[in-house]
Design a protein around this ligand. Structure first.
Ligand code: PMP
Length: 359
């Protein structure tokens, strides 16, 4: 039996995607071999790669002035790739500090140049987003980095901050494709695949072409956006299976109605869950109301001695992966695109029932 899986990532995938991958695993498209056994440079994989890129370009309306890279290394390697690729001419960058992932990006950025932390909510344990009008930005920075959705804290920007002429760089690992986005506002967007794109092992990086000549000379060649752009991401052997699965997820998304339909569904799912939390004296959300994430919903119980029992009973009810991150405690429900609305309904019903029984 498949359970509702609320893990933050690797996360649940759409069932039709898994079924298609299973059906095609031994013999891909009559080639007589698996997609994971063939050359990444051969014609069969090349078509898979091109279809997948074309599909994400349609989904996100990505213009020709951007390259889309499919790379190894995870989102955290981008914490290094971004400064290495963008600080070559100007080793000064602005960072907004809204959570654990922002803080890790900042720590990594500091290895390569001067980092200005323009605003931070650390003093409030990252439960809100500092008002952009208070950010102490540098108009000459090489870029402004922020984390649109903090996967651990459950804090999400519901707008794109204005960075003026400074290229805006975003770690969209846990929010990409969850809603429409004006890509033209960004210099670089990167996202680990294991939440809204597919499986781990792949990182999608979208780079505005005019930023491809700003790299630091010490940059490892394979981390170079320009090199990977020139090689169609094939500077080294690409994560073929993860790229293929990403393509299946993009096509599923398109069939489901694209990012507009996802936004509607995600907002509705989140509203149901926050509604349940807010209607009760037993559950609470630590996050300020104007920046509550649609993707990751942390919540605590009135008595943390009940956490273990909540998790055990949830598991028994087919609701998996709800243990919160130790930084916040309590629970966290990750409800990415692939989490069906029925999963959220089942969770809400379980939460109400649990509260009635124990409170
Ligand atoms: N940034 C964010 C916002 C994340 O949620 C995560 C993973 N949870 C990471 C970075 C790190 O990703 P990876 O493990 O792929 O390096």
């Amino acid at each position: 039996m498949r359970v509702f899986n609320f893990s933050p990532g690797p996360a649940t995938l759409p069932l039709p995607v898994l079924e298609q991958a299973q059906a095609e695993l031994l013999d891909f498209n009559g080639s007589g071999m698996s997609i994971v056994e063939m050359s990444h440079r051969g014609p069969v994989f090349k078509e898979v790669a091109e279809r997948s890129e074309a599909c994400i370009r349609r989904l996100m309306s990505i213009g020709d002035d951007y390259v889309v890279l499919f790379l190894q290394g995870g989102a955290q390697l981008q914490f290094s790739s971004v400064p290495l690729n963008l600080m070559g001419k100007n080793p000064v960058a602005d960072y907004v500090d809204t959570g654990i992932w922002s803080a890790k990006a900042i720590a990594e950025g500091k290895r390569y140049g001067k980092v200005n932390v323009v605003a931070s909510s650390e003093e409030a344990r990252y439960t809100y987003i500092p008002e952009p009008s208070t950010w102490k930005t540098d108009p000459n920075a090489a870029y402004l980095h922020y984390t649109p959705n903090e996967t651990i804290g459950g804090v999400e920007f519901h707008y794109v901050p204005n960075s003026g002429d400074v290229p805006l760089v975003a770690d969209m690992s846990s929010t990409i494709l969850s809603r429409p986005l004006d890509v033209s506002r960004f210099g670089v967007i990167y996202a680990g695949a294991q939440k809204n794109i597919g499986i781990s092992g792949l990182t999608v990086v979208i780079v505005r072409k005019d930023l491809l000549d700003q790299a630091m000379p010490v940059m490892p060649a394979m981390m170079g956006y320009a090199l990977q752009a020139k090689e169609n991401s094939m500077g080294n052997t690409v994560p073929t299976f993860a790229w293929y699965v990403a393509g299946l997820v993009f096509e599923w998304l398109e069939k489901e109605g694209g990012v507009d339909a996802m936004a509607e569904r995600n907002q509705r799912k989140a509203a149901k869950l926050y509604g349940c939390i807010d209607a009760s004296n037993f559950y609470s959300s630590p996050v300020a109301e104007n920046c509550r994430s649609w993707m990751n919903v942390p919540f605590t119980l009135a008595d943390d001695a009940l956490d273990g029992r909540f998790l055990e009973e949830a598991d028994a009810a087919g609701l998996s992966g709800l243990k919160g991150h130790r930084f916040v405690g309590g629970m966290r429900a990750s409800i990415y695109n692939a989490m069906p609305e029925e999963g959220v309904d089942a969770l809400v019903e379980f939460m109400r029932d649990f509260e009635q029984r124990v409170a």
